[in-house]
Design a protein around this ligand. Sequence first.
Ligand SMILES: Nc1ncnc2c1ncn2[C@@H]1O[C@H](COP(=O)(O)OP(=O)(O)OP(=O)(O)O)[C@@H](O)[C@H]1O
Length: 222
Amino acid sequence: MSDPVIEVEELTVRYGAAVALDAVSLSVRAGEMVALIGPNGAGKSTLVNTLSGILSPASGRVTVTGRLAHVPEGRQMFGSLTVDDNLRLGAWRDRDRSTGRIYAILPELEPVRRRRAGLLSGGQQQMVALGRALMGRPRALVIDEMSLGLAPLVVAGLAAHLRALNAEEGLAVLLIEQNARLALELCSRAYVLEAGRLVAHGSAAELASSPAVVAAYLGGAA
Ligand SMILES: Nc1ncnc2c1ncn2[C@@H]1O[C@H](COP(=O)(O)OP(=O)(O)OP(=O)(O)O)[C@@H](O)[C@H]1O
């Protein structure tokens, strides 16, 4: 098995005296798509912000091999700029980098490349947000609430692109989702975070048949 691209070891993060993450360990390997599931306030954003280097650990370690890109919740488009210009913002370190590679990976964006991003559908905007993250040629991608407000067919299209990136480029993907059902469908493994602690971890199939997970997150009997 390949080495982890994202490795979080016994990570504790505090806001003042409040413990937001308590000895959390997780890993994502190259070519893997892994979910982090948890309710509001579980500590998901705290983990993402620590991975991005915005927050510092009180103890423990976060290691990312290569570049990590973050696809934020709510897409965060520059609505008055074109799709192409939004993509270019993902490569601010290298302004001459071509967007051609992104249109090859996400061909749905090519016909709308000159359109203002604010005029696109939610699904198209999510694709632009993904493309913008890929412009930095990351080895790891953290995607926040990708499915929010999107139709199942649109989410399936996005997931197909992520699987191809997993397989063809060995991208490591950490999917942060409140929609546990969807996360367990899309990912091979998942972690469940509650009040700053990991309460479950396993293959998606194991978690989908765990009575505790079913009761808390899948709304019914296994
Ligand atoms: N800047 C802050 N100062 C103090 N406490 C904070 C701060 N940010 C978050 N918290 C607290 O830390 C805990 C974890 O919050 P976090 O935002 O990481 O959760 P989350 O899982 O991302 O929630 P959501 O799904 O609602 O975004 C919560 O109890 C929250 O109230």
